[in-house]
Design a protein around this ligand. Structure first.
Ligand SMILES: Nc1ncnc2c1ncn2[C@@H]1O[C@H](COP(=O)(O)OP(=O)(O)OP(=O)(O)O)[C@@H](O)[C@H]1O
Ligand code: SF4
Ligand SMILES: [Mg+2]
Length: 319
């Protein structure tokens, strides 16, 4: 359904270049959930805005291709792309309040969106809005249509955003940190809701998060990103049972385990993620890697297939 190949995205800042996404390739098949994980600044959001042609003026895709259902998205005009975004690819963000209009009721916004996408009467659109709100578990959907966004909790607003997005009937949903602003129990509810809706609406989901623990259960595949590059790609089972990349190992060991007898020492990541304006030579993880050796500062490893996950690290040989 979606095939991203060798995607490179840069930003020009003065006379400097920010290498935000570098040679990223992955695929999302029909009704698959693919998770993208990495620290803040690793290039997760830029990957999604590149796919959707939503880069700011100083951003540029310098190479690669994005194929969605046989169409090369990077060659589409802004108008054609808007059509794809409105109908085929839905997008939800971290802060649902920023996406909802504070001066209109939820009902108004939903009815308008539904009528924009489907040729239906106002009454039919209202019925559809109620049905969608019920699907995302908003209690008293009929009466709550008359409420304004600020009358809902943040978790409920995110459900409403999901309902609004579903009203466009997208075949791919890109969810960029959809639960980051919510507390842990609500996070779990939203993810389980997305999981149920995926089946009902037969969608694929690209789920972006900086927290591997949060999205682990929800994905068919996980992509681990570090400084613009995919460093490991595998099923949740592969990633958690046998993480191969030292960065993935560090991410996993830092997930809190609620068991006082669990005494595995967390591999703490040294220092902060470097700036993509000043990339380390060789393997980008080498200044922070506990397993780095002499070649690591000279050779930038590509993603290779192994018996387990795909990994970009010089410790592994191509199978
Ligand atoms: N408009 C821009 N101009 C310059 N640099 C940018 C711009 N947008 C993003 N970047 C840089 O690109 C890199 C990747 O940013 P991105 O927003 O994709 O990170 P992220 O993985 O989504 O992080 P977070 O978890 O904080 O959302 C960062 O270093 C960021 O500073
Ligand atoms: S290539 Fe070297 S520095 Fe990079 S992750 Fe592997 S061991 Fe660490
Ligand atoms: Mg982001």
């Amino acid at each position: 359904m979606l095939e991203v190949k060798n995607l490179k995205t840069v930003f020009r800042v003065g006379d400097k270049t920010v290498h935000a996404v570098d040679d990223v390739s992955f695929e999302i098949k029909e009704q698959q959930v693919v998770g993208l994980v990495g620290e803040s600044g690793s290039g997760k959001s830029v990957t999604s805005t590149s796919i959707l042609n939503l880069l700011p003026p100083n951003g540029e895709i310098t190479s690669g291709s994005v194929n969605f259902k046989g169409q090369d998205l990077l060659s589409l005009s802004k108008k054609e792309m808007r059509k794809i975004r409105g109908n085929e690819i839905g997008l939800i963000f971290q802060n649902p309040l920023a996406a909802l209009n504070p001066v209109f009721t939820i009902g108004n916004q939903m009815i308008e969106t539904i009528q924009l996408h489907h040729k239906v009467s106002k009454l039919e659109a209202e019925k559809e809005a109620v049905s969608l709100l019920k699907k995302v578990n908003i209690p008293d959907a009929e009466t709550r249509l008359n409420d304004y966004p600020h009358q809902f909790s943040l978790g409920m607003c995110q459900r409403i955003m999901i309902a609004l997005t579903l009203s466009m009937n997208p075949s791919l949903l890109i969810a960029d940190e959809p639960t980051a602003s919510l507390d842990v129990t609500i996070q779990a509810q939203i993810l389980s809701l997305l999981h149920d809706l995926k089946k009902e609406f037969k969608m694929s989901i690209f789920l972006i998060s900086h927290d591997l623990g949060v999205i682990a259960q929800s994905c068919d595949y996980i992509l681990v990103m570090y400084l613009g590059r995919i460093v490991e790609k595998g099923t949740p089972h592969q990633i958690f049972k046998n993480p191969q990349h030292p960065y993935t190992q560090a991410l996993i060991s830092s997930i809190p385990v609620p068991d006082p007898d669990h005494n595995t020492a967390a591999t703490l990541l040294k220092g902060d993620i470097p700036s993509p304006m000043n990339l380390p030579s060789g393997c980008r993880f080498h200044p922070r890697c506990p397993k780095a050796f002499s070649d690591c500062s000279a050779i930038n490893p590509s993603l290779i297939k192994t018996n387990d996950s795909d990994v970009a690290c010089l410790l592994y040989k191509d199978d």
